[in-house]
Design a protein around this ligand. Sequence first.
Ligand code: ADP
Length: 468
Amino acid sequence: MRNSGGRKYWLKTKLSLHIAFVALIMVALISVLANIFIRKQFEGYVARQQERRTEEITANVGAQYDAVSGSWDLDFLHAIGMYALYEGYIVSVYDANGETLWDARVCDMEACAMIMDDVAREMRERYPGTEGEFAVMDVPIEQNGREIGLARIEYFSPYFFSDDDFMFIGALNTILLGSGVFALALAAAVGWILARNVSDPIRKAVDAAKRMSSGDYAAMIEDNSNIRELDELTKSVNSLARSITTQESLRKQLTADVAHELRTPLATIGTHIEAMIDGVWEPTRERLASCYEEIERIGRLVRDMENLARVESETLKLDKTPVDLREIAELTIRNFEADIRAKGVDARVDGEISEIEADRDRISQVFINLISNAVKYTNDGGSITVTLSETDETAIAGVADNGEGISEDDLPFIFERFYRADKSRNRTTGGSGIGLAVVRSIVSSHGGTVEVESAPGKGSVFRVKLPK
Ligand code: ADP
């Protein structure tokens, strides 16, 4: 396994960190791209505005020429020039002969220098990376198609930002940064909640498994997650806990049952032998025979238990071959021939059935147990019928007798280990109450079911259904 000895992280931490990391990258990328794109657009917009402004200045200057008198309104030129100067444009105007009409530098050398300085410094300081510098643009002034002069406009090219523009850029950066931080915080919070939703059920399942391994089988998880896999995990752990609890109580029950089953014959043998040792009883043949019978009973019980243990532990190891149920039923009846004859019972097999895939030995055991019960619990001169039938998917074998039947109270329990409908009666018949538990175990390991119908005094029908 890779990284098995390396550092271990909590799923929650790892997931949140990964989600936060991806969010950080996305937010940074989007912010940078948005910033670059918006700046480019804004720079273009400002440059176009400034070009328009120079055209406007030129047009305003041109309007100050009086074509009739051939003179310029110098006061207005001064006003236009000064106004433009404070906007960052250094203007000088010449007439058609090249004579200077108005020059910002001549008018206010100091203000010009200061404004040029300010604009360049602000641009370089507040907008690093800018490659602009002051450039001179000569624009001819025309009136009715005749050139009447020249406006020379000097400004920081290709564009420069006013205070308002800088404010806009600042606000833009703040918005981008703010929304970035907000998105990041949101992603981190969502990531954390998601990680917690994923990791909490896993954590609980792990805790439950740990508790189970230390013997607390009641370790149930209460939450159900809306994530399908996690919900299944939780349910699986719960059903594991449930089945361990059942197994555990069955194991305890089994030990108690075995102890109970052994106690009676052992006590009988014990008291008999004790009485014989003490000389209270003569060790007669009958008394020894009665002790021997009890010992036989214990032997049978042990054999039955071994049988059940084998069946239950090997349920997964079925050796399936094509099996003819009719043949098995007939063979089993032949094996009980002696008992059947002794009781004068009429036993037969009815119906035909195609072969099914099953473990022959196990299925034989099912017939042995059912037919031996039928023989045991059928009165002299009664009848036993094994009826075979089938549907498309199922083979059905019914073992019916017209014996003493089973009371309604006992019916639900007869498949339980050690359950005997009539304890005293069974003492004589010698059953230990394991036969039907073995039947059920074998049938269910084949994916089949076994059911019973019975009425006291009328008889019983055990119906085994096996998938083909
Ligand atoms: P046992 O070894 O006692 O026969 P089983 O598990 O085979 O144990 O049967 C459990 C109980 O079910 C029996 O003790 C008996 O009371 C009842 N039983 C089983 N088969 C029949 C039957 N064919 N007719 C009447 N009772 C039956």
